[in-house]
Design a protein around this ligand. Structure first.
Ligand code: CO
Length: 298
């Protein structure tokens, strides 16, 4: 049994995206801070509407998946082929942009707290030009599991394995085989789970304090701890309840060329994406989408 330890810490940096939404970016804050297949993780968190009200108006994506997980607040998604979804507390939207999508994500509140995460997961070269797919996952479809030694975990993707049994999340059968957990540990509680050898993993601590591994390496709040390889992860909450995201997935080991919202393997493919966007060919037309039955009819 090999314990996973924290190999590298990525502090989150304050930045803004969309029409000026304030957020904190850790993984993906630069091209040297990706963790294959994870391209980026943003946390948006504010009680001040000025920080989020402008939202993310219409913008394109190609070549990867975007996963939005809301903790507080309400956001509406609309895309170029007529798809619509509402995200409330605890809901997840899993979108595979693949060959292209143009969408907007707009807050549906003018006061109160807006809090959540957006994760970008890369797609393998052979799937980057597939048709896009999209899934709204209501909070009620996400298992909230009691952990063996106390605390709970929401299983968004992949399978949580504990001594007492296995729990499957609603998202399965993605090529990078992502594990996506939201773990809540009461003060002093230990959490232990196997993580497939060879998969890249990281924790993002968003509440409290926690330590990782036998040596008790401390992770600060609002930082991402990239994990060494191994088959077991042990995390212990500190003096207050710890809340963290645990992500792990199969690395693609392919070249990554990114230009804003386009992530491909070569510069030529990026040039093609920009050209397709400018000429209106990035995404499916409504009739193509209906013919392919990619999206539910709206
Ligand atoms: Co987007």
């Amino acid at each position: 049994m090999t314990d996973r330890t924290i190999e590298r810490v990525i502090d989150s940096v304050a930045t803004s995206d969309g029409a000026g939404v304030k957020l904190r970016r850790s993984v993906g804050a630069s091209q040297f801070l990706r963790h294959d297949p994870f391209l980026m993780l943003d946390e948006f968190y504010s009680d001040n509407p000025d920080d989020y009200i402008a939202g993310f108006p219409s913008h394109p994506h190609r070549g990867f998946e975007t996963v939005t997980y809301m903790l507080d607040g309400h956001m509406r998604h609309e895309d170029s082929v007529g798809n619509r979804g509402d995200l409330g507390p605890g809901d997840v939207q899993w979108m595979s942009a693949a060959r292209g999508i143009i969408h907007s994500e707009m807050p549906q509140q003018t006061e109160g707290r807006m809090r959540g995460f957006q994760l970008w997961i890369n797609l393998p070269a052979k799937e980057k030009m597939n048709d896009p797919a999209y899934r709204d996952i209501p909070s009620s479809d996400i298992p909230n599991v009691e952990l063996d030694d106390g605390g709970q975990a929401r299983v968004i993707a992949g399978t949580l394995v504990q001594a007492s049994g296995e729990t499957q999340g609603p998202v399965q059968a993605v090529t990078t085989d992502p594990l996506y957990l939201d773990v809540h540990l009461p003060a002093g509680t230990m959490f232990e789970t196997p993580i497939t050898n060879g998969y890249n993993g990281f924790l993002y601590l968003y509440e409290g304090d926690a330590t990782v591994g036998e040596d008790g390496q401390a992770l600060k709040r609002r930082t991402a701890g990239l994990l060494s390889d191994g088959d077991t992860l042990r995390v212990r909450a500190g003096g207050s309840e710890a809340r963290f995201l645990l992500l792990a997935g199969k690395p693609l080991k392919e070249s990554v060329v990114q230009y804003g919202p386009f992530v491909m393997n070569t510069r030529e493919e990026i040039e093609q994406a920009v050209q397709d966007y400018q000429s209106g060919k990035l995404t499916l037309t409504k009739s193509e989408a209906q013919r392919l039955k990619v999206f539910p009819a709206t």
